[in-house]
Write a protein that binds this ligand. Sequence first.
Ligand code: FES
Ligand SMILES: [Fe+2]
Length: 377
Amino acid sequence: MQLWHVASFSARFKKPGDYLNLEMFGWNFFLIKAADGKINGFHNVCRHRGHPVVQKECGTSQFVTCKFHGWTYKPDGSLHKAREYNSLPDFDPKQHSLFKVHTHVTAQGFIFVNFDAREKPTVSFVDQFGDDFDPTPTAATGKVVGDEFALFAKDEYEYDHTWDSAVGGTKYNWKTFVDGFQECYHCLTGHPTTLPKDFCLNDYYLRQGHGASRHFLPPANSSLSEAYITWLWPLGAITFSENLLFIVRFNPSGALQTRYDSETYRRTTTVPKPSEAYEKWMNHEIAYWRLVETEDVELAVDAQRGFFNGTLGKGRIHPTQEHAVRWYQEKVKDILTRHAEMEAKEGKNIDYSIPESQSSYEEDDTLCKMLGPEYEF
Ligand code: FES
Ligand SMILES: [Fe+2]
């Protein structure tokens, strides 16, 4: 897993010690703001015997303490105290820092993580996204006036709640969902009561970024504002409009098990809380987008059922309506091909998320494999 994924937004980390306990791709990790203002990420795994060091969903703490035996860590991940161990002559606390999850915060405050266990991620943020998040586009980048992130009012969004996509179903492959997110060809029939009525589907357009598909959906009436929907390669999305921000954080945990969290933020200047505007925002605008999202999840679940038949080898992709589907599928194929070739060359599974210091336990893995698949973890 060498790539960057959106995980949260800076409004959730106001002061040093603010932390957030998250799960993505089956990994439990947490983000925490250090005294120097940096947002750090760590696997939520105690270096002693593996107990999660953070228990609550979020909080504020200058140290995090593992409940099992009381080891304590600083917000920079270093081991602060290990009862009884600190007096052992061969115990080096520096060798027992929490396992790092790389973080990158964009100029807009979007927080990305990367689970590559190497000291420096193999794929840099710029390798993956180019100038997609540059706040000041230049002519050379090919960006045009109307760049949506130039409109983003970073300091005016407050966290409100998180929506769980599982309400629409979970039995689908994450790529099936992403295919649907690369086009609006499905908007007319897949969202019959919402998008065709409230947005100008004829004026919809999609611009390909370096590592992002950027959808622009102009409204047909004044009750909803223009929606800027950015799909992030390979998995994740950022949507914002005048009143809201969604950070879509994915957690696929198997070939046919996918769900995501939609961290939902409101614009404090237009939607104060509590207020009548807030009630309207929740009951009208947010409820509207939840219906659209639930429909998208249901489309993925149903398309997956179609794939189960095994009769459709390859569908016809429309050259203009669905060009980003092809862009996405080719990128997935390319990265998987390169990974498979590398594994074939090295003759073993390659998992970029395992720290080098932990890979010497392969002998134990071999024993478990000899005992049978039920003993593999
Ligand atoms: S497992 Fe955390 S202190 Fe022992
Ligand atoms: Fe959709």
